[in-house]
Design a protein. Structure first.
Lengths: 360, 537
C-alpha cells in the first residue's frame, strides 16, 4: 500500500493536472464551457451505471494490452506491436470460435477460443522475439513493422474466404464461446457492452505483477530489464528470457480479444479493437508496473474514450485522444526513469543484442 | 604576533583556494560537514578517506560543481560567486573527474580546446593557435600528446593527460584529480606523478584523491584525511623524518582506528593458511584449474597454468594483456580455441562490478542471489521464505550494511530492499564477494577485487578471499595492484601480450614485475621513477 502511494505520487498527479489543463484550454478553444463539458463528461461516464459499464467495456482491452506492454517493459523491451498481435488474435478468435460445433459447452468453447487467440498473438510476437534473440534486431522497429504486416494479413484473410461472403466479418462465434456480459449478473449495467472479460483482465494483471515478484521467470526478466549484462555474466539465459517475455506479451495482448470479439460483437470484423494496442502503451507507461496503477490507468483512458462519445455533440471526440497524449507526455516528463527508458529505447544501437555500457 | 602575521601573508599568497566551514548534504546524509581546508600552489595535496567519506563531494564543492549548504568556498581570496564550474574555471580551478568527460570521436586537440576554442574574427576557429598552445602545454607537462589521434583510439593514460591538458588550456592554477590512478597501472601512475610534480614545481596547485598509501608516501606534500564527511586532519609530510610512521598515522586516521595496522609498503606475512612448503608438495591431484597450452583468439596464447585447492595465485599484468580473455575463459563465457582446460566449479568476481557484477537498481536481496534463483524454484515459483533467509544471511555476513550505517542504525535489521546503487563502492563489492563466495566453488576468480574500494573494505575482502582458500578453494586473483597480489598470493604469474611470461614468488619486487609486465626481461636494472613512464607511452 505504501508502495502504491509512492508510485502514484508525482508523475500521475502531473499527468492528471496537465490533462485537466489541456482539457480546459481545448474545450474553451472550441467555444464550449470547460466546466459544463466536465460535468457532461462525468455524467456520461461514471454518472450512470450504464456509463460506468461502458467505461469498463472500453477499459477491458486497454488493460489487457496495457499489462502486455508492461510485461515486455519489465524486460526492457518496448512492445509497440500489441496492436498487430491483437488484430491477428481477434481474427483467430473469430475464426476458431465460429468453426466450433454449435453445441460446444462453454467450459470447452471459451478456453479453446481464448487459447487460439492467445496462441495467435504469441505467434505474431514470436517473429520479433526470435529476431531479437537470435539476431539482435531492435524490437521497436520489428514490432511496428509487424503491425503493418498484421493489417495486410488480416485483410487478406478476410478477403480470401474467412469472412462471410460480401462482408468483412466472420460468422458468429458459437454461444458457448461468448464471454458473459456483466448485465447478466448485475442488471444495473443493462445495455452496456461490459463483460466478465474485465475481471479476467484484472486477474491477468494480478498474475503478471505477482509473477514478477514470486516466480523465477518473472524475477529474472525484471532483473534483465535492469541490467542484462550482469545477468549474462551470471549465466542466466538472457536471450531466451527476452524471447519468452515478448512472446508472453503477445499472448496477453491477444487475450484482449476477450473483451471485443467474445464479450462485445460475438464475431470478428476488420478493425474491431483497433487502437487498443497503442492505448496499451499509454496504460503501461502510466501504470508503471503496479497492479493498482495499471487498473487505474486503464480506467482513466476508458473514461476518456467513453467521455469523448458523451461530449461528441459539443466538441469532437478526438479531443480525448489529444488529452491522452498530453497525459502521457506529462507523465513521461515528470518521471525521469521513464524518460531514460524512452531515450534508451530510441538511441540504443539497432543491431546489437546487448547494449554495451563500455567503460572509457 | 608579527611573525604569525608575516607567515599568514606568505601563506595567503600561496593559497589558491580554501573552503570555510562548508557543509553539503546529499539526501539524508551529510556528505561534508563543516570542512575548512586550504589548497596551495607548488604542492601536491593528497585527499584520502574511505569510499563515501566525502572526498569527491568536498572537491566538487571547490570546483563549483556542487553548491554548499553552509559555509563558503574562496578562490583567490574571494568567495566563489556565482558558485558554478564556469566561474571556478574562470578563476583557475579545474577538476578532472574519475570518469573522463572526453568526446570519443574528437581528436585530442579538439577535446583540449572544446568549450574554450580560440576564435579569430567572425568566430572562425583558430586551430593553428590552438595547436601551438596545446604543444606548449604538452612540453610543460613533459609529455608528448597525440594531438591528432581520435580519443577513442587512445589508452587511459593518454586520455588522462588530455584531461589535464584541457584544464591547463583554460589556465587552471589549481588542478583537482579525482582518483586519477584508480585505472592506471603502476608505471602509468608513476608517469602521472612525474607530470604532476612538474606542474607543482611550476607553481600550480595539485589536489589528488587517492586510496593508495604508497602514492601518498612517495608523492604527496600535504595529506588531508576525510572520515564520515569531516576533515580528520591535514598535515605536511616530512620525508626526512620517519615517513612510514607518518603514513601509518594517515592510515589509522582513514580507518578510524590504529588497531588494523596494515601499512601496504611493509612486508606483511601471508595471512593465508597455505604456507609455502605444504602447498609445494601437493600434487596435481588437488588441482582445481588445469590449463595446458590454451589459446583464445588473439587474446591468449600458449597459456599453461595450474591452481591447486587452498592456494591463492596472483595474476599481474598491464590491462589489456589477456586478463579479460582469461576471465572470460574461466567464467565459461567462451571456449578455448585450442588447448586443454580442466576446471572445477568456478565462481567469478567480475572486474566491472557496476556493469557486470550488480543490477544497481535492484534490491540487495536480488543482487546477493543473482543467477541462483533456480535453486529456490519449485514449479517455477520461488520459495520466498528460504530465499529471504539465505539473502539475509549473506548480506549480514558480507558486512556491507555494517559500516555504512551510523552507530545508532547498526542495531536495526538490515534493509534488504535498498538498491545496490545506494551503497558505496566498497560495500557494493562486498555484496558481489559475498554472493560469489557463497557458492562454494572449487575455483574462485577475482578480477580487480578491490579496485576503487576503500581501505577498510579492502581488508575485509582480502580476508574473505583468504578464508575461501583456507576452506579449500583455489583462488586466482587478477589485479593491477601489485601490493595486493603480494599480500594475497603465494605466487604471481605475469601476463604480457596474452602470454604467461613468468611465474614469480610473492617476494618479487615492483621492478621485476614491472619489467616483465612491459614485456622486458625480469632482470632488475637501474631504476628511476620516470623510466616506467617513458616506456609505457
Amino acid at each position: 500500500m505504501k508502495h502504491l502511494v509512492r508510485v502514484l505520487q508525482m508523475p500521475a498527479l502531473a499527468g492528471l493536472a496537465a490533462g485537466w489543463l489541456a482539457f480546459c484550454v481545448l474545450v474553451w478553444a472550441y467555444g464550449a464551457s470547460p466546466s459544463a463539458m466536465a460535468t457532461l463528461l462525468v455524467q456520461g461516464t461514471w454518472g450512470t451505471s450504464y456509463g460506468a459499464g461502458q467505461v469498463l467495456f472500453k477499459a477491458t482491452p486497454l488493460l489487457f494490452t496495457g499489462v502486455a506492454v508492461d510485461l515486455a517493459l519489465r524486460a526492457g523491451l518496448f512492445n509497440i506491436g500489441a496492436e498487430g498481435q491483437l488484430a491477428v488474435a481477434s481474427l483467430a478468435a473469430g475464426v476458431v470460435g465460429s468453426r466450433l460445433p454449435h453445441g460446444t459447452p462453454a467450459v470447452l468453447a471459451l478456453p479453446a477460443t481464448v487459447a487460439a487467440a492467445m496462441a495467435a498473438g504469441a505467434a505474431w510476437a514470436a517473429v520479433p522475439a526470435l529476431l531479437k534473440g537470435r539476431f539482435g534486431a531492435h524490437e521497436v522497429i520489428s514490432t511496428i513493422m509487424m503491425n503493418r504486416v498484421a493489417d495486410g494479413v488480416v485483410g487478406l484473410a478476410i478477403a480470401s474466404g474467412l469472412a462471410l461472403t460480401g462482408t468483412v466479418r466472420t460468422a458468429d462465434v458459437v454461444p458457448g464461446a461468448r464471454m458473459p456480459r456483466l448485465e447478466a449478473v448485475f442488471p444495473a449495467f443493462r445495455g452496456s457492452a461490459a463483460s466478465f472479460a474485465i475481471v479476467l483482465a484484472v486477474v491477468a494483471t494480478a498474475l503478471v505483477t505477482m509473477a514478477h515478484r514470486r516466480t523465477r521467470l518473472g524475477r529474472e526478466i525484471g532483473l534483465i530489464g535492469l541490467n542484462a549484462r550482469a545477468m549474462e555474466a551470471e549465466k542466466v539465459p538472457v536471450k531466451r528470457r527476452l524471447e519468452q517475455a515478448l512472446i508472453a506479451s503477445g499472448a496477453i495482448a491477444g487475450a484482449a480479444s476477450l473483451g471485443t470479439v467474445l464479450g462485445y460483437k460475438g464475431y470478428f470484423e476488420e478493425g474491431l479493437g483497433a487502437g487498443a494496442g497503442f492505448g496499451g502503451v499509454a496504460v503501461a507507461l502510466l501504470g508503471r508496473g503496479h497492479l493498482g496503477g495499471l487498473v487505474l490507468a486503464a480506467l482513466l483512458f476508458g473514461t476518456l474514450q467513453q467521455g469523448g462519445l458523451a461530449l461528441n455533440a459539443h466538441v469532437p471526440k478526438e479531443l480525448m485522444d489529444v488529452l491522452q497524449g498530453v497525459v502521457i507526455c506529462a507523465v513521461a516528463l515528470a518521471d525521469a526513469r521513464l524518460r531514460a527508458a524512452a531515450v534508451d529505447a530510441v538511441t540504443r544501437p539497432i543491431a546489437k543484442p546487448a547494449r554495451g555500457a563500455g567503460a572509457a | 604576533m608579527a611573525v604569525a602575521g608575516a607567515l599568514k601573508g606568505e601563506e595567503s599568497e600561496r593559497e589558491l583556494a580554501r573552503t570555510r566551514a562548508v557543509t553539503r548534504r546529499c539526501g539524508a546524509i551529510v556528505a561534508v560537514r563543516g570542512v575548512s581546508c586550504a589548497f596551495r600552489s607548488g604542492e601536491i595535496h593528497a585527499v584520502c578517506g574511505e569510499n563515501g567519506a566525502g572526498k569527491s563531494t568536498l572537491l566538487k564543492l571547490v570546483a563549483g560543481m556542487l553548491t554548499p549548504d553552509a559555509g563558503e568556498v574562496l578562490v583567490g581570496g574571494r568567495t566563489l560567486e556565482p558558485h558554478t564550474p564556469r566561474e571556478a574555471i574562470r578563476r583557475g580551478v579545474a577538476m578532472v573527474l574519475q570518469h573522463f568527460a572526453l568526446v570519443p570521436v574528437f581528436t585530442a586537440l579538439e577535446n583540449i580546446v572544446l568549450g574554450a576554442e580560440p576564435a579569430g574574427r567572425l568566430g572562425v576557429l583558430d586551430l593553428a593557435a590552438a595547436r601551438a598552445r596545446a604543444e606548449t602545454i604538452a612540453s610543460d607537462l613533459g609529455v608528448k600528446l597525440p594531438l591528432d589521434a581520435r580519443v577513442e583510439t587512445l589508452g587511459i593514460g593518454d586520455r588522462q593527460r588530455i584531461e589535464i591538458a584541457r584544464a591547463l588550456f583554460r589556465d587552471a592554477r589549481l588542478v583537482i584529480l579525482d582518483e586519477p590512478t584508480a585505472v592506471l597501472t603502476k608505471a602509468e601512475a608513476s608517469a602521472l606523478y612525474v607530470t604532476l610534480r612538474r606542474l607543482a614545481n611550476g607553481g600550480k596547485g595539485i589536489v589528488v584523491v587517492t586510496h593508495k598509501m604508497d602514492e601518498v608516501r612517495v608523492h604527496a606534500d600535504v595529506v588531508s584525511v576525510m572520515r564520515r564527511g569531516e576533515l580528520v586532519f591535514t598535515r605536511s609530510l616530512d620525508r626526512s623524518a620517519d615517513i612510514d610512521a607518518q603514513v601509518d598515522d594517515v592510515t589509522a586516521a582513514i580507518i578510524g582506528s590504529a588497531a588494523r595496522g596494515l601499512h601496504s609498503s611493509r612486508p606483511i606475512e601471508s595471512r593465508s593458511a597455505v604456507g609455502g612448503s605444504t602447498e609445494m608438495e601437493s600434487s596435481v591431484a588437488d588441482a582445481v584449474l588445469l590449463m595446458k597450452d590454451v589459446h583464445l583468439g588473439r587474446g591468449l596464447a600458449d597459456a599453461s597454468l595450474t591452481v591447486r585447492a587452498g592456494e591463492i595465485v596472483g595474476v599481474a599484468g598491464i590491462e589489456g594483456n589477456g586478463q579479460k580473455e582469461l576471465v572470460a575463459l574461466l567464467a565459461g563465457d567462451v571456449a578455448p580455441s585450442r588447448g586443454t582446460l580442466v576446471v572445477g566449479r568456478t565462481a567469478v568476481i567480475r572486474e566491472d562490478r557496476q556493469v557486470e557484477g550488480l543490477v544497481l537498481d535492484a534490491s540487495l536481496r536480488d543482487n546477493v542471489m543473482l543467477g541462483e534463483l533456480d535453486r529456490f524454484t519449485r514449479w517455477g515459483v520461488l520459495d520466498m521464505t528460504s530465499l529471504e533467509r539465505e539473502a539475509r544471511a549473506r548480506i549480514e555476513h558480507s558486512g556491507a550494511l555494517r559500516s555504512v550505517t551510523d552507530e545508532g542504525a547498526s542495531a536495526v535489521a538490515p534493509d534488504l530492499d535498498r538498491t545496490a546503487r545506494t551503497l558505496s563502492g566498497g560495500n557494493q563489492q562486498k555484496i558481489v564477494v559475498a554472493r560469489t563466495l557463497a557458492r562454494d566453488a572449487k575455483l574462485v576468480v577475482a578480477a580487480q577485487p578491490t579496485r576503487g574500494v576503500d581501505l577498510a573494505a579492502s581488508v575485509d575482502i582480502h580476508a574473505e578471499l583468504t578464508g575461501a582458500a583456507r576452506r579449500g578453494a583455489g583462488v586466482l586473483v587478477i589485479s593491477a595492484d601489485l601490493d595486493e597480489l603480494r599480500k594475497l598470493a603465494s605466487r604471481i604469474i605475469v601476463l604480457a601480450r596474452g602470454r604467461i611470461v613468468a611465474e614469480l614468488p610473492k617476494t618479487a619486487t615492483d621492478d621485476e614485475l614491472g619489467r616483465l609486465m612491459l614485456g622486458l626481461s625480469g632482470k632488475s636494472e637501474a631504476e628511476t621513477d620516470g623510466s616506467g613512464g617513458a616506456t609505457q607511452t
